[in-house]
Design a protein around this ligand. Structure first.
Ligand code: DGL
Length: 265
């Protein structure tokens, strides 16, 4: 039986999940958080679902061994590939996954055209197709895979000329198609909001799901009487890549200070 004071495990293929971690910390400041960046295997976006499922089994096992009371897949690509598998394995463990915000975007659009920036893996998945069937039958959804963006953000590049050019190349076709609502379907992309805001018309809505994930975690923990009463312990960070690399970019993407530990590959 998990205890209220047990930590919550949060994972991503790399630093993208930090955009979700920040929302969790804002909404649930009493929760102690463990963050695993699977940086030795990033990007997930071009990898096979089977490969990603194996990684997620490994990471879930790690969180279990750490006594985590819940796990958050702060990664759209990991969710489409692996959340169903994890739910089968850990039927009684609260698991929060995430998917591109198609439902709120379909409700918000006035032009009737919604753009989605996401990884190839997310856009090609059956879960994403099902999401469109369910919520987007009345709108046109234009999807854009974005290879290369994640690698730039992992390297701490949020503003270089090459990044701008790459991003513009992905955004322009969506604007040309008439989209007035843009879904950030990958947790790395919220770090590009300032850059995106310069590229799109002022009224265009940019939607991500970090805050919704935090609310879902809150609901699941509350339903099981597992919300922490605090105070939270300092967030712990692990990387399956070179810990120094995460350590270096962390100050750009995260407000607190932390030392990064080596995640057992
Ligand atoms: N941050 C991830 C997502 O939300 C995946 C990025 C990647 O590793 O390709 O999809």
């Amino acid at each position: 039986m998990a205890e209220r004071s047990a930590p919550v495990g949060v994972m991503d293929s790399g630093v993208g999940g930090l955009s979700v971690l920040a929302e969790i910390q804002r909404l649930l400041p009493n929760e102690s958080l463990l963050y695993v960046a699977d940086s030795g295997h990033v990007p997930y976006g071009e990898k096979s679902p089977d490969y990603i499922r194996q990684r997620l089994r490994h990471i879930a096992g790690f969180f279990q061994a750490q006594g985590a009371k819940a796990m958050v897949l702060a990664c759209n690509t990991a969710t489409v590939a692996a959340v169903a598998d994890l739910r089968e394995r850990y039927a009684d463990w609260p698991l929060v996954g995430m998917e591109p915000a198609v439902k709120p975007a379909a409700a918000a659009t006035r032009s009737g055209v919604v753009g989605v920036l996401a990884t190839t893996g997310t856009l090609q998945s059956a879960r994403f197709a099902a999401l469109l069937d369910r919520f987007a039958s009345d709108v046109r959804v234009v999807t854009q895979p974005c290879p290369g963006l994640v690698e730039r953000i992992e390297a701490g590049d949020l503003n270089s000329a090459q990044l701008r050019q790459l991003l513009l190349g992905y955004v322009q076709p969506l604007l040309a198609a008439g989209c007035d609502t843009l879904i950030l379907g990958c947790t790395h992309y919220p770090f590009l909001r300032p850059l995106l805001a310069e590229m799109v018309p002022a009224g265009l809505a940019i939607i991500d799901t970090g805050a919704a994930v935090a609310r879902q975690l809150q609901r699941l923990l509350a339903a099981r009487e597992l919300l922490a009463e605090g105070p939270a312990r300092a967030t712990e960070f692990w990387s399956s890549g070179e810990p120094g690399a995460l350590q270096r970019v962390l100050p750009l993407l995260w407000t607190g200070t932390a030392s990064v530990q080596c995640f057992p590959l």
